[in-house]
Every structure is written in structure tokens, then in C-alpha cells.
Design a protein around this ligand. Sequence first.
Ligand SMILES: Cc1cc2nc3c(=O)[nH]c(=O)nc-3n(C[C@H](O)[C@H](O)[C@H](O)COP(=O)(O)OP(=O)(O)OC[C@H]3O[C@@H](n4cnc5c(N)ncnc54)[C@H](O)[C@@H]3O)c2cc1C
Length: 561
Amino acid sequence: MEAKHDVLVVGAGCAGMRAAIEAFDAGADVALLSKIHPTRSHSGAAEGGINAALGNASEDDPETHAFDTVKGSDYLGDQDAIQILCDEAPDDVYQLEHWGAVFSRTEDGRIAQRPFGAAGAPRTAYAADITGHVLVHVLYEQVMKRNIPTYEEFFAWRLVENDGRCQGVICWDLLGGGLKTIGAKTIILATGGAGRLYVGTTNAYSCTGDGMALALRMGVALKDMEMMQFHPTTLSPTGVLITEGCRGEGAYLLNSDGERFLKSYAPNAMELASRDVISRAEQTEIDEGRGVDGNVLLDLRHLGAEKILERLHGTRELSMVFAGVDPIYEPIPVRPGAHYHMGGVDTDVWGRTSMEGLYAAGECACVSVHGANRLGGNALMETITYGKRAGRHAADWALANTVVEVPQSAETDAQRDLHELLDRADGERPWRIRDELAQTMHENFGVFRREDQMLRQGEIVAGLQERYQRVVVDDKGEIFNNDLTQALELGFLLELADSMVVAGLARKESRGAHARPHDYPERDDRNFLKHTLVTLDDAGRVQLGWKPVTMTKWQPQERTY
Ligand SMILES: Cc1cc2nc3c(=O)[nH]c(=O)nc-3n(C[C@H](O)[C@H](O)[C@H](O)COP(=O)(O)OP(=O)(O)OC[C@H]3O[C@@H](n4cnc5c(N)ncnc54)[C@H](O)[C@@H]3O)c2cc1C
């Protein structure tokens, strides 16, 4: 074993760093581990902002925030978890401010808040349109201030179970080469999302769902995996995100007739309806021939150059660089793209999983605060509040327990399996399988889902999994072997795709991101107001289960916008 800690946090985005800071402050010996440098984590790409009922722009309170979130989740969110998020959010945001987060300001110097989709008040605190970048750097400063050791460019490949507990992580050391084992009394997975399951996505190349697959392989359940959110404004053709902050500032969505088509889908909320509603509206306009080259148009021109330059300058730059469009003068071509996984590792409100010693927080977890549809601004808040809570609990547990043991057999098994892959001389290159997976997930498990397409996708994924058994890694070297880590990531992605299809087929209704207009167009609370759970059996096949939704005070109602 290379090293031992009380708490090891796998992932150094907002959730991981916030967890590590909390664990450190609780007195634990904590370390971070990340396959990329912490400030390059995908949290840094978050643009629009973070939700907390500060009440700086209009009257607001955590109760209203909680109700909006429950409703936005299409009633699949767990109401106890949502209440905790909304109650703790204001203090957690002020904590970030005190650590140095430079939020945009109101005229009188308070934290400014902008309207976001399906929110009953302007609740999204922001730092222009680079909120994630600001938060990642503030958290990294706090990590450095505490001298929290970080295993940088370590790729977590296997979790170690011993004596019914999770007690370590086996990693590939990208920089130094070779497998390294880090033992810990508690391990927190904070590895982010899995947008790379799709060809059109806002997610970085690093978002391959590793932590979800690691937990699944340990017998821990994944919850609501069918719930992949499509964001309505991703830039064509790259998939780069155009923030919801644009619509918050008043941008319009237009079809090829120049009409604000949302008047037919969400006549009250219009461009500020929730993401699932707008993505479906856009896809319908495109499918029915009212799109513009497979897109719709996001029009900012009426906001004026001054507002665009002050509040949305990052958006302007992205549009100019990646689409050749200056939004001061022309509308931006956008379309729905895979953006956020509401599903993930099943946890309780302290980030605990069903395996002792194993925790999860942030986008890789499903506690669940987003249910079937996440509201913009709630994901960053979840990384902070639930990162903090997981860090606190994992530290307290670790400080009350003493033993960390990684059996030698776990390391030798890992060495053997890795060498089997590296020593293979012939076979298929992984990228071909990866491209086919991403393309077909987009076609068959996208904004709208049909039984026959999902069944077909299940067969495709099974075929790709078979081909994956024979993949070959060309680079046999030790140093920065991205060929190897990308092959390992593909193994994770395939298992997650399989889980999504099984859960998607079982949910015979339309709820939030899971829209089945052809066969089950309605939400069916009588039969499906429950979470899907997937696990792997001994033969590695996905098994389906269900879990009740926790409801405290809000009974399901029809969602109107
Ligand atoms: C473009 C974009 C804009 C967004 N804007 C907003 C917004 O304005 N407001 C909002 O609320 N939400 C937003 N979101 C969502 C939100 O940013 C993310 O859900 C959140 O930041 C995820 O944080 P995280 O800490 O869970 O994961 P990440 O920030 O993705 O971090 C994951 C970490 O895990 C590490 N890791 C992964 N796999 C391994 C492995 N095998 N071994 C070792 N390390 C590993 C990575 O290196 C990284 O450090 C946005 C998302 C995108 C894609």
C-alpha cells in the first residue's frame, strides 16, 4: 500500500474539494485524488450560477426554493434531501463569499441574483458567467491553505472491499506509471457526471461516470439512471454550453418563422420554463420542420451590447469562437444536448452508500435533490452542501474507527487484470466503440424515448460490451498512458449505458427528462412515483429494483408553466 488516510476523496471538483475541506476541519487526515489537476475539474465550466434563497433580488425563502425544486423534479426528488439543501444553501454561499468568492453585486453591494428557469424568485447568485471557475479556484485556495495532500493525475480504477467495508482505492499513476493503492477508513466518490455517453454534450472529455461505475461494481445501487438531462441551449455544432443565464437576462428562443415558439408550450414561463420542457419544445420544433439547420435560435440582440458585454461576455466569446456568431448582432444556433445526470450513486442525506466506509457527493451521487429534472443553479449548490455533509460524516466515522487493511490479493488481482489488457497485441481500438456508443445513445436514448429504440439500444450496448472484451491498447508505456485510461473509462461508460437502458425501459411513463410521448405520454404517479435502482448480479448483469420517493409535505400536482 502506497499510503493510508482517514478520509480519501476521489475527485477534486467542487464536491470533492468542499468535502475534503470539511473533513480536514473536522480533524481528519484527509487526501484528495484526481485524474486531472483540481482546477481543471469540470465544475470550472459552470457558468450561470448557484441557487440559494438569499432574498437579495426579491422576497425569497428556503421553503419556496424547496417547493420549486420538488416541482421541477417532477416530484421524483426526495423532499427531505431537498429541504436540507435549501435550508443550508444561504449559509453555505456566504461561507464561499467569506472564503473569497467574487460574486457579482447589486447596486448596494449585496450578492446579486438572477432569474433562472422554473424558479419562483431570482435566486441564482453568480459571478458574471464564470461562476464555476470562481468557485473552483476559491476552493482550491482553501485546499492549499490547509495543505491537504493531493494525488494529482491518479486514475481511480478499483475500490477495495475488505471485511464488508470499503478500505482503499487502486489507481493508475498517470505521471509516474504503475498501479498504486491508497488505503482509507472512508472513501468519498466525487467524480462528476457521465455526459460523454453522448455525442452532443456540454461535458468535458473527463466526464465518463467513473465513480458511478466503481460503486456499481462494488454492489452499490445506482438510482434513477434513466434521468439524463438535456440542456436546451447547447451551441451548434460543438455542444458547448450557452448558459441559462442568457434566458435569465431576457434572451428569446425563436424558430425558423422568427416566432417565440414557447408560447405554445409554456405560455406563462416562456424561456424560463424548466429545462425538460424547453428541450422537448425545441426538439418538437426541429422535428416538425420549424428549426434552422437542425437548431433553433437564441436571440440576445434586444438585450443590447452593454448588458451582453457586462453580464454575458463569456457567452459572447464562446459563440464567436465556436460558431462564428457575435450575439450582439446575430442570434445563436442552439439545440438540446446531454448535460447533467440526475441519477447516480444511491446515498442518504450524509452521502452514505449501502457499503460501510463508502460515500458519494456531487454529480456522481443521487441523494436525490433533482429527481427527474434538475433546476439550473441547483447542481453547484448540491456539490457544496452535500460535499460538506459527506466530508463531515466521513471524517466523524473515520475518527471513531482505527483499522485500514487492503489485502495483498486485491493488488495482485488488479496487476494481473491490467497486464492482461496491456499485454494484448491484437484487437479493436477503443475509440471506435466509444464513438458508436455516444452516437447511438444520442439516437436511441435522447430527448424523446421509444420502446423499440431503447430495446435496440440495449442490444447495441450488449454488442459493444462484447467487443470491449477484445479491445487493444496501443500504448504499452508507463508515462501518461491516456490510451490505457481511455480504455478503462470506456468500460465504465458501457456499464452505465446498460444501466440507463434497463431503468429507462422499466419506467413506463413520462416524467421529467424521461419523455415517452409515443407510448406512455403521461406521468403515472400511481405506478411510478418511485426511484429506479440498478445493481449488478454475480454474472455482471444489470438487475432492476425500486425505492420509494421520500415525501414530507408536497403531494404531486400537475406541472404547468
Ligand atoms: C458546461 C456546464 C455548465 C454548468 N453550469 C452550471 C451552473 O451554472 N450552475 C449549476 O448549478 N450547475 C451547472 N452545471 C452543473 C455543475 O457544474 C456540475 O454538476 C458540477 O460542477 C459537478 O461537480 P462535481 O464536483 O460533482 O464533479 P466535477 O467538477 O466534474 O469533478 C469531478 C472530479 O472527479 C475526478 N475524477 C473523475 N473520475 C476519476 C477517476 N477515475 N479517478 C480520479 N479522479 C477522477 C476529476 O478529475 C474531477 O476532479 C454545469 C455543467 C456543465 C457541464
